[in-house]
Design a protein around this ligand. Sequence first.
Ligand SMILES: Cc1cc2nc3c(=O)[nH]c(=O)nc-3n(C[C@H](O)[C@H](O)[C@H](O)COP(=O)(O)OP(=O)(O)OC[C@H]3O[C@@H](n4cnc5c(N)ncnc54)[C@H](O)[C@@H]3O)c2cc1C
Length: 479
Amino acid sequence: METIQCDVAVIGAGTAGLSAYRAARNAGKRAVLIEDGPHGTTCARVGCMPSKLLIAAAEAAQAVREAPGFGVQPGGLQVDSKAVMQRVRSERDRFVGFVLENVAAMPAADKLHGHARFTAPNRLQIGANLEVAARAVVIATGSTPDIPSEWAAAGPRVISSDAVFEWTDLPRSVAVIGAGVIGLELGQALHRLGVRVAIIARGGSVAQLKDPHILAAATQALGEELDIRFRTEVAGIERHGEGLELRTRNAAGEERVEQFDYVLAATGRTPRVSGLGLDRTGLALEKNGVPKFDRHTLQCGDSCIFIAGDASADIPLLPEAADQGKIAGANAATYPEVQPGLRRSPLAITFSEPQIATVGLGYQELMNGREPFAIGEVSFADQGRSRVMRQNKGMLRVYAAYGSGRFLGAEMAGPRAEHIGHLLAWAHQARMTVEQMLEMPFYHPVVEEGLRTALRDLAKALQKPPPPPKPVQDCTPGC
Ligand SMILES: Cc1cc2nc3c(=O)[nH]c(=O)nc-3n(C[C@H](O)[C@H](O)[C@H](O)COP(=O)(O)OP(=O)(O)OC[C@H]3O[C@@H](n4cnc5c(N)ncnc54)[C@H](O)[C@@H]3O)c2cc1C
């Protein structure tokens, strides 16, 4: 058995792992990066980038469909589904290529291939013949898509999002189970590219939304375009010829049986920590098997183990994976000295239409807190620029603290939410007040004028007396 000695061992060469490896090297330490699959990262291979490439093709098709609304007659729409998937795959390969170039430039001795598992807190076994003894370890093992085993039993046509980006042609029909970010983005894109799509959602929510008013605006806009069925359960999936038979049951107990080419399970992702031998580390684990960790230092307990990216199940988004990797790698390099790193204001975007963005503290978090907060809002139905673009759907709600007037967060479903979300996240991180935000420039005619209307509404709400704080739950006997 060969043993490699190093300062920092990073498990997983995704976005978080690469970032951790770089941070440890920049601190002048000997680091190794262990990967058991193909290099290239989830983001580039099967995540952010190929999904946005598919959405870009869908937007092009939708622009043609909507052109007559402007008096422009483009003629019949034809989607060349093979060409669509060819572009998705070739551009995806280009993005993956950039990552592969970076990996190729690393010293060969730093790259280890194989499945890593702990044999002790600072010792890893890789395959049968290799062992790594490190001063500190970063777990950056990502996540895997969930497919319930009873669905998977129906065969290979029950897929996760990973499989979509391997298609060379579009299928005729897909049932998407789950109206979270991935289900909604892929479901709408496939629908717009001419695939018959039904989106089946167990609950009543879409993407990351929690504010009931924004949710209502989003579900109305999405429902006008998509076959999206809320409060509907999957009652069974069986093989049917080449495809699948899907049985669903709605809240009224009515069953529906339909055939689809594929069932796309978009029901969530699980942190990939189960095969890591964490029982050998002595770490305290959460119910989902993820070690307990400090979200500012990324350190697991007071051990020499750090965790970053989707594996931490904290905020499974790419910018978070990069930030967490940097913090974890830097702290692993200086262990046992650790420092809190920069955690930015929360920002999440869903690339549906209408786009969805959430910023700062979410509505649910604010409602769960004791402090009352003020709300301002704007509907995009009559917002000037949105109407000009025929994208006048959706709503924005902004939240602020009484007293200080500090901007706390926002939820939005509407036009250009990816950009408005950024403005709001910057204001949140700069700890701006609503008054300061209203002092900023607003051009004309722009969608941001809708944001100004919401902020003015919020400023007015802040002038009213706050509602009384919620009573503290009294848990004395007899309660
Ligand atoms: C369809 C889809 C769309 C998305 N869209 C967006 C988006 O628009 N914006 C956004 O911000 N985020 C998006 N995300 C999320 C984003 O892709 C992830 O948050 C991010 O890629 C996670 O990076 P990571 O480094 O944690 O994991 P990964 O990139 O998955 O890296 C983990 C690596 O660890 C390796 N590994 C695991 N276990 C071991 C082991 N025991 N030994 C050795 N190696 C191991 C794996 O093989 C893998 O290469 C999307 C995700 C999906 C699936």
